[in-house]
Design a protein around this ligand. Structure first.
Ligand code: GLU
Length: 445
């Protein structure tokens, strides 16, 4: 048992009080790094390697004043945590959600370091956002917020330093407003954000990438175990960008997806989710899921949480952190689930993950399974740098190759340290090894 790992976990908890999600992310990663840390304990301790890993290079917190449609001034808090730039410019999304606080952004930024490393592309880890809630706001209010947010953030970002993107609450509309304000303030048209619209430097397939990537890696894992997703029953949580495109690719691969959910409730459609209808409700009209059952009377709408109670072969949590707890994991196992692959960031609690693994469920953690989004963002950066844009097929085939390569990378890393089939350990170790060798090469900075 590595006491160095224990010491660093204790320090993180003591020095970052009231940040439970950050503690959870650090604990999960460091616990699985034990075998690597034990082999190098003296050197890592002397170099304070783990202390440097768990302390962001920089964290920025700022005031975001804006005026609502009634002429009332509102004030939100903005954040950007630039966590680790050992392998490339900071890269990670901006979350706009009332639950956002420093601890949430730090957990996401910490996860992002390892996820970005696993893509094999040159991107460091960062994350940002605000407690602003775009839900129910007019387009003008969203623009006012985005312009104010960027008026501070622009000082700290750039195509070669830090490249933010979308996340929960930040989609094409928000990225457009943010990009316009950056360009105006800097007087410079550069690839400073990803997830941009196609007419101004966005990449084809970026919108689909997280959901499609989730299915590409899940299919590759199943294939390596002599199985396929074809004909399987799948439950999905969420109804945002990740969930919608996960449902789309799962259906293309021949699976039957029977659920989705939003912050108010969830849908069970035993005949399979009608994707065109779901897209119309959620993307075009920004409506509630109750509209789905109004249009499909044979489906059920339930208030609150509940998708994990539906019998399935494959579960894809695509909503938010800690949405799948121990009781949900027990229900899934009792109903015969064989595979859980995380489309969201840290959607399973540590207890749920342990239970699923102990019951021989194939478990693909978010930092591997949802890496297709940020990987395609890095492809958007490449296209911006060469001032070209690639076809949908070209980007999609690169994404597929990245996800297949990523699966084999984490599978090999797990096996190398004696944890064959434990993709949590494999993802953390494989992501860590690349970052550490870059950090070591660059000296104490
Ligand atoms: N927010 C996404 C993530 O969690 C994408 C980040 C990006 O494209 O930079 O990975």
């Amino acid at each position: 048992m590595s006491s160095y790992v224990n010491e660093v976990i204790e320090r993180v908890i003591k020095e970052n009080p009231n940040e439970p999600e950050f503690h959870q992310a650090v604990r999960e990663v460091l616990e699985s790094l034990r075998p690597v840390v034990e082999l190098n304990e003296d050197q890592y301790r002397r170099d304070a390697l783990l202390e440097r890993l768990v302390n962001p290079e920089r964290q920025i917190k700022f005031r975001v004043p804006w005026i609502d449609d009634n002429g009332q001034v509102r004030v939100n808090t903005g954040y950007r945590v630039q966590f680790n730039s050992a392998i490339g410019p900071y890269k990670g999304g901006l979350r706009l959600h009332p639950s956002v606080n420093l601890g949430i952004i730090k957990f996401l930024g910490f996860e992002q370091i390892f996820k970005n490393s696993l893509t094999g592309l040159p991107i460091g880890g960062g994350k940002g956002g605000s407690d602003f809630d775009p839900k129910g706001k007019s387009d003008r209010e969203v623009m006012a917020f985005c312009q104010s947010f960027m008026s501070e953030l622009f000082k700290y970002i750039g195509a070669d330093t830090d490249v933010p993107a979308g996340d929960i609450g930040t989609g094409a509309r928000e990225i457009g407003f943010l990009f316009g304000q950056y360009k105006r303030l800097k007087g410079c048209f550069e690839g400073v954000l990803t997830g941009k619209g196609l007419p101004y430097g966005g990449s084809l397939a970026r919108t689909e990438a997280t959901g499609y990537g989730l299915l590409y890696i899940t299919e590759e894992m199943l294939k390596c175990h002599g199985q396929s997703i074809e004909g399987k029953t799948v439950v999905v949580s969420g109804a945002g960008n990740v969930a919608i495109h996960a449902i789309e690719k799962a259906q293309q691969l021949g699976a039957k997806v029977v659920t989705c959910s939003d912050s108010n409730g969830w849908i069970y459609d035993p005949d399979g989710i009608k994707l065109d209808l779901l897209k119309d409700i959620k993307i075009t009209k920004r409506q509630r899921l109750t509209e789905y059952t109004n249009a499909v009377p044979s489906s059920e709408y339930h208030e609150g949480k509940g998708v994990w109670s539906i019998k399935c072969d494959v579960a894809l949590p695509c909503a938010t952190q800690n949405e799948l707890g121990l009781d949900d994991a027990k229900l899934l196992v009792a109903n015969g689930v064989t595979t859980v692959a995380e489309g969201a960031n840290m959607p399973s609690t540590i207890e749920a993950t342990e239970y699923l693994k102990a019951n021989n469920v194939f478990f693909l953690p978010g930092k591997a399974a949802n890496a297709g989004g940020v990987a395609t963002s890095a492809l958007e950066m490449s296209q911006n740098s060469e001032r070209l844009s690639w076809s949908f097929e070209e980007v999609d085939s690169k994404l597929k190759d990245i996800m297949i390569g990523l699966y084999h990378n984490i599978d090999r890393a797990a096996e190398k340290y004696g944890f064959k089939g434990d993709y949590v350990v494999g993802a953390n170790i494989a992501g860590f090894e690349k970052v550490v060798s870059a950090m070591n090469a660059q000296g104490i900075v």
